[in-house]
Design a protein around this ligand. Structure first.
Ligand code: OTD
Ligand code: ZN
Ligand code: ZN
Length: 351
């Protein structure tokens, strides 16, 4: 008899995009309802590059957190070719920065100011290694001659492996892994305890054929793009393994309907509306619900050196309808991943 209820420590989301203004106000309640803490990505327009900008962004988020949720945003610095190591260190010492994010220039949404060549930021990486500030990596090369489906695997070999060699004590999270290659790479470095990886719900649930099922489906387009089924299976196997380096990071990335449904649509899946339910589906399908707590609530805090949350929450095997659309105060809307569908798991809140 399969489990009907699953009680787990309140989880954290180690990779989210909250945006700002009306969009932030509309999407933040979904994350704050399920997760105690979240790593907030800095790819605003303009990006969050200084400790002062991150502190101001954190204050805007805290202002928008619904009363009673107790949600804590964990802030990140957006690394550029000109990041000042002193500002980064001061931000870390003041408790503003939990990590810093490496976007190879133009790899994904709002990454035009990213790092043009990782060797340009050696001084910054040295400082991060010295003070124990984790480096979060969007792991794709941006050379347009490299096929879009190969950009993660090529990044591992050309950029990440040499970087890990050059900074042997730097803590690194390979964000939103999408390939078997990445899973194997992370496993190979697991013994060091300094290499982790986040896995999104959507990459556990879709493969690249789903993006084109019956027509082009812009709401399934995200970066890194979903890969072949063998890769999806490798991600599921890693997520349910319970192994320490693999933890939950939704990469929920809201865009307006108009920005997604366009001749040149934006990348990103908005999964926050039913994040835990989507992970529960993937774990249930793999017969591994008992491993969800390690992935969602234990492995991330251990990697970041933070205590796991004490509170418990419940997931129930019951119908849960994903909202059709989430409306913003300015009249725009965002379509959740699987909008309008009924999922077989429902988040029941704190117990
Ligand atoms: N991927 N979209 C966005 C970010 C992520 O690479 C990512 O972390 C975004 O819209 O900010 C996306 O597809
Ligand atoms: Zn990314
Ligand atoms: Zn992201």
């Amino acid at each position: 008899m399969p489990a009907e209820r699953l009680i787990l420590r309140r989880p954290d989301d180690w990779h989210i995009h909250l945006r700002d203004d009306a969009m932030m106000k509309a999407v933040l309640p979904f994350t704050a309802r399920q997760f105690a803490r979240a790593i907030v990505m800095p790819n605003l327009k303009p990006p969050v590059v200084t400790a002062a900008a991150a502190a101001a962004y954190r204050a805007r988020i805290l202002d928008a957190v619904p009363a009673g949720t107790g949600f804590t945003p964990l802030m990140t610095a957006y690394l550029t070719d000109t990041t000042d190591p002193d500002d980064l260190e001061q931000g870390a010492r003041d408790g503003v920065f939990t990590a810093a994010k490496l976007y190879p220039a133009n790899a994904t949404t709002n990454s035009a100011h990213g790092v043009s060549d990782v060797r340009r930021i050696d001084a910054v990486l040295e400082r991060m290694e010295a003070i124990g500030l984790p480096l979060l990596v969007h792991g794709e090369v941006t050379d347009r001659h490299v096929d879009i489906f190969d950009r993660e695997a090529v990044f591992l070999e050309q950029v990440l492996a040499p970087l890990l060699d050059r900074f042997p004590r730097l803590k690194v999270v390979l964000e939103h892994v999408t390939t078997r290659d990445a899973v194997e790479f992370v496993r190979a470095g697991a013994a060091s305890g300094r290499l982790g990886a986040t896995i999104t719900a959507h990459h556990l649930l879709i493969n690249r054929s789903d993006i084109f099922a019956g027509g082009i489906r812009p709401h399934l387009y995200c970066l890194p793009i979903a890969k072949r089924e063998v890769h999806r299976q490798a991600l599921v196997e890693a997520a349910i393994s319970g192994e320490g380096p693999f933890f939950l990071g939704t990469d929920t990335a809201p865009h307006t309907v108009a920005a997604k449904e366009s001749a040149c649509g934006c990348a990103g899946c908005f999964t926050a509306a039913t994040a835990l339910e989507l992970y529960a589906l993937a774990f249930d399908e793999a017969g591994a619900l008992d491993r969800l707590e390690a992935f969602a609530s234990l492995n991330g805090p251990r990697f970041y050196g933070l205590p796991p949350n004490e509170e418990r929450v419940v997931l129930e095997r019951a119908p849960c309808t994903v909202p059709d659309v989430v409306l913003l105060a300015d009249g725009d809307g965002v379509l959740p991943f699987r909008s309008g569908e009924t999922l077989g798991w429902r988040y029941g809140g704190a117990v």
